[in-house]
Design a protein around this ligand. Structure first.
Ligand SMILES: CC(C)(COP(=O)(O)OP(=O)(O)OC[C@H]1O[C@@H](n2cnc3c(N)ncnc32)[C@H](O)[C@@H]1OP(=O)(O)O)[C@@H](O)C(=O)NCCC(=O)NCCS
Length: 165
């Protein structure tokens, strides 16, 4: 098996990217959708075994100081042999000293800590503005409980807690 990494957005079989991300449960977009998403990204990294795409990752960025990493995934038979780490390290190199955010599924936390990522206490998100997506992400353990406050947060007694219902 000879794996190589490519940052090219040309002559890519986007259906393979869609398949990898679908199978990993990270995105339901089809090939056309992934083509738009990846082409609109600041940098992408695709891992190839010969002509077959076996892993992917991408980052959006302002190109100067702020970036966000998304869609890191490998086909199951290519996991556990160091390729995911190589791909993340390559993306970090390409982002060259920028501040980088990402969110991951709960098991992915320890994977990203390996590269120096710290858990962010005040990260906030709106998922498409949709309650369904928010509920799904909550169910899968991505979010702290509604209205959660850390014990050292200075919260006013009559502070309004946003409601989603
Ligand atoms: C996450 C993923 C990209 C890691 O790629 P990989 O090639 O399997 O990872 P590596 O072989 O480089 O593993 C490096 C280390 O991280 C650990 N690790 C791998 N995947 C992990 C995960 N999901 N959670 C926690 N630790 C993980 C490995 O055990 C390994 O530890 P070791 O060095 O002590 O043996 C891959 O498992 C994957 O595609 N998962 C499905 C998609 C996903 O969940 N992506 C992350 C959310 S964005």
């Amino acid at each position: 098996m000879e794996i190589y990494f490519s940052t090219s957005k040309e002559n890519v079989n986007w259906h393979e990217v869609a398949e990898i991300l679908n199978d990993a449960g990270l995105s339901e977009l089809d090939g056309k959708g992934q083509e738009l998403v990846f082409k609109n990204s600041y940098v992408i990294v695709l891992a190839y075994d010969g002509e077959k795409i076996v892993g992917c990752g991408r980052a959006i960025s302002d190109g100067v100081c702020q970036a966000a990493i998304y869609n890191i995934a490998f086909r199951p038979e290519y996991r556990g042999i160091g390729l995911g780490s190589q791909l993340v390290e390559y993306l970090l190199e390409l982002l060259n000293g920028q501040s980088i955010i990402l969110y991951t599924n709960p098991p992915g936390v320890s994977f990203y800590e390996r590269f120096g990522f710290s858990r962010a206490k005040t990260a906030m998100c709106i998922y498409d503005g949709s309650k369904e997506k928010l509920d799904m992400m909550r169910e899968h353990g991505f979010l702290l409980p509604k209205g959660y406050r850390f014990t050292d947060e200075n919260v006013g007694a009559h502070e309004r807690i946003p409601e989603y219902e």
